[in-house]
Design a protein around this ligand. Structure first.
Ligand code: SF4
Ligand code: SF4
Length: 320
């Protein structure tokens, strides 16, 4: 394997990255079809991406893999994963195996007429909703996701609350995922979370947990950095903020990311950069093919180890 600058920094810190013995998250990327087109999107999703949806044969392979791999969680992402026509079938397959499910929801999809029954449907199956909302303020959020998206997102959150999400019910967990507005880091702490709670409560919105994701210098956000002439500076910000303590909790250790074509990756970001795990697909992978395997890294990995660390589950070190 090519030694990346990231691996050099890891080695200097006395660390190395390899996959864990057990699989925690089976993350299925159902395709890049989305009703939105956000400027920070790291998968380049949009309404014109229908051709990228996971085909039926791969959906069947994913369901079969739930039995072989026995993940502790199935994480459905996209695009807007709900727009995949077999989204509900995947949820039901996981729940029938007693596997918890996460729906990575952009909130505005809940206002599209075809999906208005979705909050109750998800609630009835105890699906955890991880919802992206860049910021509690209208200005900051709309800048990233488009004019009017903040108001639509809050309406989506109110509809989730109406069926019990974000009210402390362990069966109806609602996590909000924030990301910085532009090329900076945005550390979270209890004080920030309290501010989110207060500001959103004024609009009839509550949530169970707030987590942060660092903007990754790939796909559409990378294009934005290039356009602004800020790519190198941002990469330097990430590298300067390298935190060896953030390595232990990196999601690539115990997550398997599955592309719409069934190809396997250590994470969603590697999927976007076409850095696959060779030798197997979701059709045939076994737990022993993953355990202890080296993780593919690159300069983008500094996005996961900057400051508090960043992953689909939020910070990788304890937030003060
Ligand atoms: S960030 Fe999420 S909601 Fe926005 S375009 Fe990408 S997948 Fe869609
Ligand atoms: S991008 Fe992050 S999650 Fe993916 S391999 Fe690099 S460090 Fe791990």
């Amino acid at each position: 394997m090519v030694t990346s600058t990231f691996n050099v920094r890891l080695a200097a810190a006395g660390q190395h990255l390899e996959r864990a013995q057990t699989l925690r998250v089976l993350q299925l990327n159902l395709g890049r079809l989305c009703n939105m087109r956000c400027s920070h999107c790291h998968v380049g999703a949009g309404p014109d991406q229908g051709a990228t949806q996971m085909p039926d044969a791969v959906v069947r392979q994913c369901i079969a893999a739930m039995d072989r791999l026995q993940p502790r969680c199935v994480d459905l992402t996209g695009g807007a994963p709900e727009m995949h026509r077999r989204f509900q079938e995947l949820v039901l397959a996981a729940r029938a195996r007693n596997i918890p499910v996460i729906d990575r929801c952009n909130l505005t999809i809940l206002l599209v007429p075809a999906y208005q029954d979705l909050p109750q449907w998800l609630a009835d199956r105890q699906v955890e909703v991880v919802a992206s909302l860049p910021h509690w303020s209208r200005e900051s959020s709309d800048r990233q996701r488009g004019d009017g998206s903040w108001e639509q997102s809050l309406e989506g959150l109110r509809r989730l609350r109406a069926v019990g999400y974000g009210t402390g019910d362990p069966q109806r967990q609602l996590t909000l995922m924030t990301n910085p507005d532009g090329d900076r880091l945005q550390p979270l702490c209890d004080k920030v979370t309290d501010q989110w709670r207060q500001e959103l409560a004024r609009h009839g919105v509550t949530f169970d947990q707030l987590i942060g994701l660092t903007n990754m210098p790939i796909a559409r956000f990378r294009d934005w950095l290039v356009e602004k002439g800020r790519l190198e500076d941002y990469q330097q910000v990430l590298e300067n903020a390298f935190n060896p303590c953030a390595v232990r909790g990196l999601m690539c250790r115990d997550t398997l990311s599955v592309a719409p074509n069934g190809q396997l990756y250590d994470c969603d970001f590697n999927q976007m950069l076409d850095m696959p795990l060779s030798g197997h697909t979701i059709a045939d992978v076994m737990p022993e093919n993953l355990a202890g395997r080296s993780i593919h890294t690159g300069g983008h990995c500094f996005g996961c180890t900057a400051g508090q660390g960043s992953s689909c589950g939020g910070a990788t070190v304890a937030v003060p």
